[in-house]
Design a protein around this ligand. Sequence first.
Ligand code: HEM
Length: 157
Amino acid sequence: MIDVPALARALHVAAIVHWIGGLMFVTMVILPSLGELRPEIRAASFAAIERRFAAQARLSVALAGATGFYLLHAFGLWGALADPHMWRLVAMLALWAVFAIMLFVAEPLFLHDLFDRFAATDPVAAHVLLLRMHRILTVIAIVVIIGTVAGAHGLDF
Ligand code: HEM
């Protein structure tokens, strides 16, 4: 018999690796490299790269969410959301919600246009803002991953 929760956990982690790995690559490699280009072409270059990754990230965020909610249900963890020792569950949900709203709602509806207009008026400030937001999300993602794996394997904090 296939152990469905074990398979779901494996798919969940694979989705996280793709999504957060991509976030880290954008934060630590792509954005700093774009900072070496002329300010006027930074936003357009970023848009061209980001368009490809955003399409892929939508898939991995959707898969992480579907498997995550299934795991909550399969392990009977809905009630544990209120337990402070299980803070990792709320942290995972909150981080996922931020990305889901950004990728599926804010970006297609208004964020993309808003950022393009900002970048057209002040490309240097737009690049700094983009880098800062990506760095904050990267640090939070690292904390969530370490807290989740440590907590799921017995570390109580
Ligand atoms: C809808 C959002 C999410 C839900 C409902 C969810 C739920 C879960 C559940 C119930 C588990 C089972 C293990 C445990 O007891 O903690 C798990 C495992 C895991 N989750 Fe999430 N998760 C979500 C999003 C995320 C995010 C955003 C990350 C990291 C950035 C993440 C990283 C992980 C990792 C690394 C594991 C494997 C832990 C291990 O077994 O070593 N999850 N998730």
